[in-house]
Design a protein around this ligand. Structure first.
Ligand SMILES: [Zn+2]
Length: 402
């Protein structure tokens, strides 16, 4: 297009007035392209991470009091994939530190996504074009992350550390002692919030056992075995092989136990989940899932799996998006939570929102009170709500972090 304009501009047969018009049009076009290039990451973020409704609701005094008394924690947010500076407040996307405080969210696991098929469906016959590559390009990630999943995770961890540095009341937690310290700071000052680092999919290891320790050293404390496709460690629930853990996968589980790194079975194949449960000497979690009892699909956990995970002291984090809970409102989340509680009791259920995970959810992190209210309305006691909203995650981390 620009070339056509240039050609017309240089054509000596055009009169002066025409040349002026063409020059202005070319400049406007060029300017538009530059604006589009720089605003593309924000447009993509707004399109991918939407909310169904963010209307303020007025609650009873009892609800507000309960909500403010809670320690709220969440197992899963992919916010580091966006181009937002999480130390600032935004109107798009789901999570930033300012909105965490508005919603009384105390602790957020920030998960890093490193490779995703462009067209995500429940069943991926084959892994097509990687969607993170163009995202890394338009967000101008460092070149070494263009082709390496390992560096994509490292880069996102560096982003979080920068955001934490910019916010004096935000802590990155990597150990029991840091968590204990944070809890005592928060008891004094509710502006104090914290985050942890996790990874979605063991393809991040690029097939190398030694990369696990490197990721641990970088501060990562949770890793899921697979994401949307089979990898060298395990089959995925969405993959073709449906295979369990490989030999390398078994070594990874043992090493994660030794390091006290949390094993996440989200997206993992059935066979893979069974292998993890057989091998791991420590409790495991599902960081963001639905349950088949309320939403029957390949990605969600069966009653039998829920009972096994809970039976070993693990936790099921209920996700907030439609594919996981078969609904678009807060009641669908509560339905999945209540189903799981009825199956294994309130000590094994937690939140696993999947905020900013390229999903549309009923509310962003600043409106967590909608969930407190819906749980109360569904008949849950204050004690049960406290466990689900965050006490279970707190207890698990205090017991299982290094
Ligand atoms: Zn996921």
């Amino acid at each position: 297009m620009l070339l056509v304009f240039l050609y017309a501009l240089l054509d000596s047969r055009q009169n002066k007035e025409m040349k002026k018009t063409l020059l202005i049009s070319a400049l406007v076009g060029l300017f538009g392209l530059v604006i589009l290039f720089f605003s593309l990451p924000s447009i993509v973020d707004s399109r991918l991470n939407q909310v169904y409704s963010s209307k303020e609701k007025v609650f009873l005094e009892e609800t507000n009091k309960l909500h403010q008394s809670l320690f709220i924690a969440d197992w899963h947010s992919d916010s580091l994939l966006s181009n937002r500076d999480l130390s600032q407040e935004y109107e798009r996307g789901h999570v930033d530190f300012v909105r965490m405080r508005k919603g009384n969210m105390a602790l957020q696991m920030f998960t890093t996504v490193t490779e995703v098929p462009m067209w995500v469906v429940t069943q991926n016959k084959e892994h097509d074009f990687d969607a993170i590559f163009p995202l890394a390009l338009i967000q101008k990630w460092p070149q070494e992350s263009w082709e390496s999943n390992f560096y994509r995770a490292i880069y996102q961890s560096q982003k979080l550390k920068q955001f934490v540095e910019r916010d004096k009341k935000m802590s990155l937690i990597t150990s029991k002692s840091e968590l204990t310290e944070f809890l005592s700071k928060r008891a004094e000052d509710k502006e104090q919030i914290a985050g942890l680092l996790g990874i979605e999919g063991a393809h991040v290891l690029e097939g190398k056992f030694e990369n696990l320790d490197k990721l641990f050293e970088a501060g990562f404390r949770m890793l899921s075995m697979a994401h949307f496709f089979d990898n060298e460690i395990s089959g995925s629930a969405h993959g073709e092989s449906k295979s369990g853990l490989s030999e390398l996968g078994e070594r990874i589980i043992r090493r994660m136990n030794m390091l006290s790194m949390i094993i996440d079975i989200s997206h993992t194949s059935h066979e893979g989940i069974q292998d993890v449960l057989d091998i791991s000497t420590k409790p495991v979690i599902s960081s963001h899932t639905g349950v088949r009892g309320t939403c029957d699909n390949e990605r969600n956990l069966s009653d039998e799996q829920i009972k096994k995970i809970a039976g070993r002291g693990g936790i099921i984090g209920i996700a907030f998006f439609k594919w996981a809970i078969c609904g678009e409102d807060v009641d669908a989340i509560v339905k999945a939570i209540n189903y799981t509680i009825n199956l294994v009791g309130p000590k094994h259920v937690a939140l696993g929102s999947d905020f900013d995970g390229a999903v549309k959810v009923p509310f962003d992190v600043s409106h967590m009170n909608l969930l407190t209210n819906a749980l109360l309305e569904s008949g849950r006691t204050h004690e049960e709500i406290a466990l689900i909203m965050g006490e279970n995650i707190k207890r698990f981390l205090l017991e299982n972090l290094p």
